[in-house]
Design a protein. Sequence first.
Length: 289
Amino acid sequence: MTATADSVFLARSEGISAEGVRDQYADGKAAKVWEIFIGDKNSRTDNYKNFLVDLLRQKGCKRLLDVACGTGVDSIMLLEEGFELVSVDASDKMLKYALKERWNRRKEPAFDNWIIEEANWLTLYDDIQDHIKDGFDAVICLGNSFAHLMDSFGDQRGHKQAITNFQKCLKPGGVLLIDHRNYDNILETGSTPAKSLYYNTSHTADIKTSVLFYCGKPTLVSMDYLIEGNKLSSEFRLSYYPHELKRFTEMLLEIFGAQAKHKLYGDFKDMSLVQNPAFYIHLVERIRS
Ligand SMILES: C[S@@+](CC[C@H](N)C(=O)[O-])C[C@H]1O[C@@H](n2cnc3c(N)ncnc32)[C@H](O)[C@@H]1O
């Protein structure tokens, strides 16, 4: 049997079962904190919101698939901006908050029509087949979510399977927007910038970072988050596969085709304007046949 990095190291907070999909959010701790400290729907930074909304409008997108909707923060922001959303996530603990918001705002047509499903990227195309129709204008996978998917076989087959599913959900000419932290820098320095670029949070956060090398390769990065404020304090651990920029870009083009249009952004800016960003955001277009 092949041991994998996440089987030799505790990749999630203690007490979380690892059965089925490895839902690192299953104890509800991070989900609760997301709502209170990080993911309030009005607390997205203007930089982030303007980047995302302007880019989707420039590309003429209307129907979007949010494949890592979590508590629904991005989806809610995009619904309020007039986009149509199908939002999915593998964690019912995270989805609970999105479902609650849909119910509370059900009298608004955009929320009444909002589709929310539980789905896993590895089986996504089958999981949501009825909702794909002619394909989405855009698939978004944001908030460093994709890095949660581990490399269980050491050859990135799961990563490729998930990205193939994202591509299959797009209409020809549709775009995938997917991000990851700057793991090249995390591997070099052993630390993660704690300041959030995505949220205007007034709560202090510290992120203690550990890197696990397995068979000589960096295979797993664990981040222990400490979030404090308003007399509340929360700690949780989340783990990630460290996607290096060059390899991640190659993998996207292997799946979308070498001719596919690909553009890279750093911290929501053109790469010419930013050095050593905390986040990379890739935009890749499905070739029109
Ligand atoms: C860091 S949260 C981000 C949520 C949201 N995009 C945000 O920025 O607030 C990552 C989300 O990815 C989801 N996720 C991780 N692995 C997944 C998988 N294999 N299939 C579907 N969702 C997954 C988790 O359940 C979690 O809700």
